[in-house]
Structures are given as structure tokens and as C-alpha cells.
Design a protein around this ligand. Structure first.
Ligand code: HEM
Length: 427
């Protein structure tokens, strides 16, 4: 995909006047022309109407992500209620749905140090290298089982039949969710994610609130069970972990498991889907990785840099301050452009070129940066690597199905395909 030109609405002083609309359909479908225009003009911060300040250069993104005192992850209230990012008052009937469910108090990703440091230490107990290594044969089995279901057909809707199946099954197993619940579980995740990242209308808020409460009630029972009878799974590790005599209460464990669900599924699915499309668009590089699976890990790093699943996340400004000389007010939001940083020409040569051999691809920040750096990065890397190893082992030449759409999910925060219809030959 060639990087499109983007006409920035700049006035003669290079000022955008807060006019940038990130919900423009063309920009959501492909934000890279915009990133390029901003990098070319050395625009370091940008007022985004209705949201806050955009920050998209690597050095600035890293600075903001590291400075938890000035830029906070606590932009939800004490109790977690995913109601969208518009800031509009919550309707009474939506509030009543939340009131009827268990309490969920912010944890881990929604906190700042020192609370965050404690939560991070507790959740780290569930992500030891031993536990991730032990999951590798399980991931391989899940990938083979998924392929068994479509191998004879010679065609597949890659996103729903393969890319999502691996992370969703792994995390469901890890959290002790029955595999029969997988698609319910997926609905909860999609709805809660929308409640954290998107602007929702009243009807959508009701749906999101209902999914959230269903999720909480289900997990409250699982947590009670694992506290009574711990097993060798992640949820037992999180629910029972103690650091300096402290452990999370139920409201915090629910928030931590919610983060694992949300942070781990769509992201890894989109890494696998985006990687597949990038390889199809670059056939000689696809042939190289097929011939030498040792190239898969760096290919995935390049996809994370070039077409990363997380394009931007938010921070709350704690006091009047400035970013790169631009004043930003207490209470306003900063948008951290992880995807834009991956296209920063001061870090990556020829950043709009996809190159699986790029030597510094791993300098991308698609797993975040600083204290909130993705806790699941080793697991996501293992899942995506094994997904491609098994795919290349099992399937012959793969191509886009005739007339297949490669449209993306219309959001600015994440990056993934709506669907990806493929045909393949038997190996
Ligand atoms: C390709 C896949 C993934 C990508 C691109 C990704 C990206 C990210 C990013 C950008 C952050 C930083 C958030 C911030 O600074 O506010 C993050 C945090 C986090 N991720 Fe991931 N993630 C992925 C997979 C996973 C997986 C598989 C899990 C777990 C099963 C996971 C669990 C988490 C958790 C718990 C946090 C919060 C850490 C904290 O606040 O200390 N992620 N991830």
C-alpha cells in the first residue's frame, strides 16, 4: 500500500488551528499520509478537536510515556465504567446498569506509581518466562486445530477463523474461561474495548454497560473459585499473588483481568492479520520468510513498527505544563501516537518502506514505553511467531481471494482489518 498524500489544513504559520479531525474516514482507513505530513513539517504537537493534544514524534512519545507525574493513566474515575471518551454525562439508565454489577476499581493500566508499581509486581507473577514458555506447545496445538477446521476448504476468513482464535483461546484458557464461552467472551471484549477507546452514543453505551456487567459477574465467580482452590493458571496467580503482604481486592482483580483481556486479544489478532496482509502485498518478502522461518521474528517487529495494532492511547495532563513548547492545560488529554512514532524518519530510514530485514525495527514503541510497557509482549510475540510457523508448515501458496476487501476497522486508536478473505493451496 503506497503512503497517500495528506493535505493538512495548515495556515501560513504552520498552525493547524485545532482543525484536525481524526474521525475522517479516509484518515482512519490510512493514517500514514497524515503522519508523514506531520513529520515532514516537524509538527510536534497538534490540537485535535474534541480530544486533546496529539504527540507523534518518537522522542516526545517516549518522554510523555515516561513522565507519569505530569501525564497520568488515571483518566477514568476511581470506579471503572467504560462509557466512551466523549466526556458527555452518563445517562441514568446506563448508570443503573453499572450500579447493579460488581464494583471494579481501577488497577494496573489505569493507575500511576506507586499503586501501579505494586499491581505490576503482582501481575508479573502471572507472566513469568516459565509460564510463557510452557504455553508454547499449547499455542502450537491451538494453531493446528484452527487450521484443521478450514484446511480442506482451500479458503479462509483469516481474521475470525485464525488470527483471533489463537490469542482468544490462549487468554481464555489462562484465565480459566471455558472454551464454550469463547464467542461470548469475544463480544464482552469488543464492547468493553469500544467503551475505553471510542465515542459512544446512548444505545451503544447501554450495550457496553451490559457486556461489562456480564463480564464482571462471570469473573467474580472465577476469582472466588481460584481463591478457594488455586490452580496452576494465570487467574489463580493474579488473585492470590502477594507482594509485601499486599494483594489485590476483588474490584482490582476484576480490573486487572479486564486489562489482560482487552490488551491481549484484538492487539495480537491485528498483529497476525496485519502481518499477513503486509506479506501478501510484498510477495518477494513473503517468499523469503516462507523459505526461512527464522526471519519471522524480525518480520513481526517490522509489522509492529510499520502497521502496528495500537496507533494511539491517552494520558491525562495533571497540571498546567508544556510539551515541546506548546502549553497544555491540566485536565486535558494527550494522545500518544505509538503508530506515528514508528514512522519517525529521525529513527527509521525511509520509514514508509516495509522491510523485514530492517535492523532497528525493534525500536518501535507499539508495545508502549516506560512503566506501562506491555506486560504481554513476550506472549504476543510467541503467539504471532507460532501462528506463522504453523501456517507456513501447513498451507501452500496463499493469496487474497478474488474481490477480497482489505478495509480496516474504522477507528483511529487501533489498526486492524475488518476481514481478510484468503485462498490457499495445499502444501
Ligand atoms: C501485538 C500485541 C500487543 C500490543 C501491540 C500491545 C500493546 C500495548 C501497549 C501499547 C501498552 C501500553 C499501554 C500504555 O502505555 O498505556 C500495553 C500494555 C499492556 N499490555 Fe499489551 N499489547 C499486546 C499484547 C498483549 C498481550 C498478549 C497481553 C496479555 C495477555 C497484554 C497485556 C498488557 C497489559 C496487562 C498492559 C498494561 C501494563 C501496565 O499498565 O503496566 N498485551 N500493551
Amino acid at each position: 500500500m503506497a503512503t497517500p498524500q495528506h493535505d493538512l489544513p495548515l495556515d501560513p504559520d504552520g498552525d493547524l488551528g485545532g482543525n484536525l479531525d481524526l474521525t475522517d474516514p479516509a484518515t482512519m482507513e490510512c493514517p500514514y499520509g497524515l503522519y508523514r505530513a506531520l513529520h515532514d513539517r516537524d509538527v510536534r504537537t497538534l490540537a485535535v478537536a474534541g480530544v486533546g493534544h496529539w504527540v507523534g514524534r518518537m522522542a516526545d512519545v517516549r518522554d510523555v510515556a515516561t513522565d507519569t507525574a505530569r501525564f497520568s493513566n488515571q483518566y477514568f474515575g476511581d470506579d471503572i465504567r467504560p462509557t466512551g471518551v466523549s466526556g458527555l454525562p452518563v445517562e441514568d439508565d446506563v448508570a443503573a446498569i453499572f450500579d447493579a454489577g460488581p464494583r471494579v476499581r481501577k488497577a494496573l493500566w489505569m493507575t500511576d506509581p506507586p499503586v501501579h508499581s505494586l499491581h505490576r509486581a503482582l501481575v508479573n507473577r502471572a507472566f513469568t518466562p516459565r509460564r510463557v514458555a510452557a504455553l508454547e506447545p499449547v499455542i502450537r496445538r491451538i494453531a493446528h486445530d484452527a487450521i484443521d477446521r478450514f484446511a480442506e476448504r482451500g479458503s479462509v476468513e483469516f481474521m475470525s477463523e485464525y488470527a483471533i482464535v489463537i490469542p482468544m483461546t490462549v487468554i481464555a484458557d489462562a484465565l480459566g474461561v471455558s472454551r464454550d464461552m469463547l464467542y461470548t467472551f469475544k463480544r464482552w471484549c469488543d464492547d468493553i474495548l469500544a467503551g475505553n477507546l471510542d465515542v459512544l452514543d446512548h444505545q451503544r453505551r447501554r450495550q457496553v454497560a451490559t457486556s461489562f456487567v456480564e463480564y464482571c459477574e462471570y469473573f467474580a465467580d472465577v476469582v472466588a473459585d481460584r481463591r478457594a482452590t488455586p490452580r496452576d493458571d494465570m487467574i489463580s496467580a493474579i488473585a492470590n499473588a502477594e507482594v509485601d503482604g499486599q494483594r489485590m481486592d476483588l474490584a482490582e482483580v476484576l480490573a486487572a483481568t479486564e486489562t489482560l483481556l482487552l490488551a491481549g486479544n484484538e492487539t495480537t489478532k491485528n498483529l497476525i492479520g496485519n502481518a499477513m496482509l503486509m506479506l501478501l502485498e510484498h510477495p518477494s518478502q513473503l517468499a523469503e520468510v516462507r523459505a526461512d522461518p527464522d526471519l519471522v521474528p524480525n518480520m513481526l517487529e517490522e509489522v509492529l513498527r510499520y502497521e502496528g495494532p495500537v496507533q494511539c492511547l491517552y494520558r491525562l495532563v495533571t497540571g498546567d505544563t508544556e510539551i515541546a513548547g506548546t502549553p497544555v492545560q491540566a485536565g486535558s488529554m494527550v494522545m500518544l501516537g505509538w503508530g506515528s512514532a514508528g514512522r519517525d524518519p529521525s529513527v527509521f530510514d525511509d520509514p514508509d518502506r516495509f522491510d523485514i530485514h530492517r535492523s532497528n525495527a525493534r525500536e518501535h514503541v507499539n508495545f508502549g514505553f516506560g512503566p506501562h510497557f506491555c506486560i504481554g509482549a513476550p506472549l504476543a510475540r510467541a503467539e504471532a511467531r507460532i501462528a506463522f510457523e504453523v501456517l507456513f508448515e501447513r498451507l501452500g501458496p496463499i493469496r487474497l481471494a478474488p474481490g477480497a476487501s482489505t478495509a480496516h476497522v474504522p477507528t483511529f486508536a487501533t489498526r486492524g482489518l475488518q476481514r481478510l478473505d484468503l485462498d490457499f493451496e495445499h502444501s
